[in-house]
Design a protein around this ligand. Structure first.
Ligand code: SF4
Length: 378
């Protein structure tokens, strides 16, 4: 989340959701049930806002925050003179966090869960959805575990459909609660929002998966959840984070997926984000993927053999064997995506996922080796 210093007109008193507009675009966008912050660059803009307020517009205020963009949806924190961007139309990736609670405790969780009630996060997400002035092609919904909202998750999905019917939603969920068939039905039956479920699987036998997610019984529940999703014809992307205990069995896990879960849309193989619990479990999570290229190739062979599509995420191209480069995606959200000085001469930088901004505090998923176009085509 991008936070920035900001000053506001006096009607911004609380933490609240607003759409950022320019004085020129306000008239075309104004709706009585939304709140608008006019980004001011001149005194005349501020005066214009005061005139509109005097004329009775109660949902318009000015903001001075040079780092915001027109169209941003922000949450204001006036007592700290701050605004935080929750949606930026110009970003490549868009996501909303629905809860910080979770029923698992994954070894490499990038956002360690907290137990407190946090229903305000759902209300905030719904307000952001209402205030988005453009419809992103894809909107990620994450937690914690979004299914802890129960049928409340369906309300969020229905809001997306109502406000942004062209938007596809991707829900990052451990899938365990979908083992409950009535809950699964309540969330997906008759759903009009195009939805893909992103569900992690870390082992081909129960104790491996349960160890990685630190929850007894999770493997059985996740498999039952996947089968329930399949019954409702919901698209599924399986997610595999490449930490040591998973890499140790990756080819076997991919064979298991090919044999038992051939209905999944694709498998995403993801480098670990060096933050959160991953830092506390560094001995299990820090790997140099360049040392595991043979394992990645074996896993890819198994998935190809069973015709299961796959992709690599968060993975610098120099960590991958050349013949797998075509499967790599630029997947790291814009605000946390960086490259190292070593990347500057690299010919593959425009296509490369690069690194998480916090790799310097943690680690890089591989030694960075700039690649020239000549080497690449040789
Ligand atoms: S050197 Fe940098 S830009 Fe080039 S492939 Fe490696 S990580 Fe990507």
């Amino acid at each position: 989340m991008r936070r920035m210093s900001a000053s506001f007109g006096s009607r911004v008193q609380n933490e609240d959701i607003w759409r950022v507009v320019s004085i020129e675009t306000l008239a075309a966008q104004w709706q009585s049930d939304l709140q608008f912050l006019v980004k001011v660059t001149r005194d005349s803009d501020r005066k214009h806002v005061h005139q509109l307020q005097a004329a009775g517009l109660g949902n318009v205020e000015w903001m001075d925050a040079c780092d915001t963009e027109i169209g941003d949806v922000v949450v204001t924190t006036p007592h700290r003179s701050q605004a935080a961007v929750l949606y930026r139309p110009s970003d490549l990736h868009h996501g909303l966090q629905l809860t910080n609670r979770c029923n698992s405790n994954c070894l490499m969780c990038s956002q360690p869960p907290t137990p407190q009630a946090d229903d305000w996060m759902v209300r905030e997400a719904v307000e952001v959805i209402r205030h988005m002035g453009s419809s992103p092609p894809v909107l990620g919904l994450t937690g914690g575990e979004p299914l802890l909202l129960g049928e409340g998750l369906r309300e969020v999905l229905d809001h997306v459909h109502e406000c942004h019917p062209s938007t596809r939603v991707e829900i990052l969920s451990n899938g365990r609660l979908l083992a409950n068939a009535p809950l699964c039905k309540a969330v997906v039956d008759g759903l009009q929002t195009p939805t893909t479920w992103l569900v992690p699987l870390y082992g081909h036998v129960d104790f491996l998966h349960d160890f990685v997610v630190q929850a007894h019984g999770a493997f059985e529940q996740t498999l039952a959840g996947l089968l329930n999703l399949q019954q409702h014809r919901q698209p599924i992307q399986l997610r595999i984070v490449l930490i040591k205990p998973v890499l140790d069995v990756l080819p076997e896990l991919c064979t298991f997926i090919g044999r038992n879960l051939p209905f999944v849309k694709e498998v995403a193989l993801m480098a670990c984000e060096p933050i959160g619990f991953a830092l506390a479990n560094r001995e299990l999570c820090e790997v140099d993927l360049a040392d595991w290229q043979g394992t990645l190739e074996q896993a890819a062979r198994q998935l190809k053999r069973h015709s299961v599509p796959f992709l690599f995420m968060n993975t610098p191209l120099c960590a991958l064997p050349t013949d797998l480069h075509g499967h790599a995606h630029r997947s790291i959200s814009d605000w946390k995506n960086v490259y190292t000085p070593v990347c500057e001469p690299c010919q593959l930088k425009p296509d490369c996922a690069g690194f998480f901004a916090w790799h310097e505090r943690g680690w890089k998923p591989a030694k960075t080796i700039p690649i020239t176009r000549e080497e690449y085509t040789a």
